[in-house]
Structure formats: structure tokens, C-alpha cells
Design a protein around this ligand. Structure first.
Ligand code: FPP
Length: 246
């Protein structure tokens, strides 16, 4: 082939690839509206972009990729849109069950999954089981997730442990809180990408993002291709991380 359709990649420092990348997949609705399509077409394009992004980050050597797919506040959207997002997740997971071993990407789910449709929960269980056998990059999909809800849950778990005599209040350390978050066994994000033009956290990974480097762009999520992800990582590689030191 004379011309490759794949966008040209930036040269990145292989020694400074972020271990954990997080993304808020914002701008799907506007992407669709700009094309005269229903908002749900934007979510559909957004789920394809998620898959491409996961494969690209895995190729670069990223170990964890965490995305905000459905927040605790997203239930306020029109029921047709909520239903369509749930259907999209189901069809995504049906495909993942068949393909995730070949792609060597395992899936995990952060959030309160109990109010999700039964069919979706069954698929989540199926992908969870397959994930145990996969050694590659871990993609965490946040579903019915909110940072405040996650911290409230951790506080409740700590209180229960104290009440049962398993934990003394003076043993409530930062590690004890971290251990009760959905992300208990993984490192905090190094880089958080928010496309879609808004520059806020929107209740995403409130605890985990304490020292994360943020990258904001006006590009809409469905347009975040490999080259634009590389640009975000290149910007991250220019940052000096001080963690409160000098
Ligand atoms: C935010 O864009 C996006 C969402 C609330 C839904 C994201 C869900 C998916 C991409 C579907 C499936 C996900 C996976 C992981 C397979 P918005 O609707 O707020 O966009 P807008 O700001 O342009 O209105």
C-alpha cells in the first residue's frame, strides 16, 4: 500500500511511558450532533474509539487504562440514551468475550454494578472470569461510578471494620482508605486525559488523581485517534512531577 491510513505516530520516550492512563470520554453527543446524527451514534463511535485507544496504549506498554463510561449522575439523562449506552456496553462486552484473549487486554469494572441490567451484569461476570487468565494491559471501565460514592463506600467499609473490632480508628491510614477503593490493587493514574473542551474532574477518581498530570483538549472523544493519544503522552513526558517536593 502506498499510503497507510494509520496516522503517523509521534516519537515517544519508551522509558517514560505512563504506567496508568485515565480518560473521561467526553464529547460523544456533540460529535454526533455535528454530523446530524442522534447522540447515541456518538456513544457508538466513542466505544470504537475506546477499543482503539486500549489497543494502542497496550502496544505502547501502558499497564492500566481507566475510563469513565457511566457516572452515578448519568442516570439523569433521557431513558432512551441511558438504555442505548447499556445496550452498547452489552454489545461491546459480547465482542470482548470473543476477542479479549487475542488482544491480550483484560477488563475490570469499577462502580456499583447492582442497578445495572441483569444481562449486562452477566456479561461483566463472564468477562471478569476470562480476565483472570489474561496477563496483558488491564482496562478498567467505570460504570455507575462516582468518586464521592467510592469514598463514601470506603468510609462505610472502614466503619464496619472498626465496629467489628477488625480495625482500630488510629489504624485508619491513607493505605487503609486506598485498600477499600475499587482501584485497591493498582497504582494511581499518571496521566488523565479529558477531551471535549471541559476542564474539570466531574467526580472521577477523586482520591486517585491527587498527583495525576492532566491533559485537556477540545478534540471530541470519538476523534481521539492514536496520534492524538501520542500527543497527550508526549505532553506528559515534558512534565516535571514533584509530588509536593521541589
Ligand atoms: C460523555 O459524552 C460520554 C458518556 C456519558 C458515555 C460514554 C459511553 C460510551 C463511550 C459507551 C460505551 C463504553 C465502552 C467502554 C465500551 P457526552 O454524551 O456527555 O458528550 P457531550 O458533552 O458532547 O454531550
Amino acid at each position: 500500500m502506498l499510503f497507510s491510513k494509520k496516522p503517523k505516530h509521534l516519537s515517544l520516550d519508551p522509558n517514560r511511558i505512563p504506567v496508568h492512563v485515565a480518560a473521561i470520554m467526553d464529547g460523544n453527543g456533540r460529535w454526533a450532533q455535528k454530523r446530524g446524527l442522534p447522540r447515541t451514534a456518538g456513544h457508538s463511535a466513542g466505544s470504537e474509539t475506546f477499543q482503539r485507544a486500549a489497543e494502542h496504549l497496550s502496544d505502547l506498554g501502558v499497564k492500566y487504562f481507566t475510563v469513565y463510561a457511566f457516572s452515578t449522575e448519568n442516570w439523569k439523562r433521557p431513558p432512551e440514551e441511558v438504555g442505548e449506552i447499556m445496550r452498547l456496553l452489552e454489545s461491546y462486552l459480547r465482542r470482548a468475550v470473543r476477542e479479549m484473549r487475542e488482544k491480550n487486554i483484560r477488563l475490570r469494572f469499577f462502580g456499583d454494578l447492582s442497578p445495572l441490567p441483569a444481562e449486562l451484569r452477566a456479561l461483566i461476570e463472564e468477562t471478569d472470569a476470562i480476565s483472570q487468565t489474561i496477563g496483558g494491559m488491564q482496562a478498567n471501565i467505570c460504570l455507575n461510578y462516582g468518586g464521592r460514592a467510592e469514598l463514601t463506600r470506603a468510609a462505610r467499609l472502614l466503619a464496619e471494620d472498626c465496629k467489628a473490632g477488625r480495625l482500630a480508628p488510629e489504624d485508619i491510614t491513607e493505605e487503609a482508605v486506598s485498600a477499600r477503593l475499587y482501584s485497591a490493587d493498582i497504582p494511581d493514574p499518571d496521566l488523565m486525559i479529558r477531551p471535549g473542551g471541559e476542564e474539570r474532574l466531574s467526580n472521577f477518581l477523586l482520591w486517585q488523581n491527587a498527583y495525576t498530570e492532566f491533559y485537556f483538549t477540545d478534540v471530541l472523544w470519538p476523534d481521539m485517534d492514536e496520534r492524538l493519544l501520542d500527543e497527550a503522552i508526549a505532553a506528559y513526558q515534558q512534565r516535571k512531577r514533584r509530588y509536593g517536593g521541589i
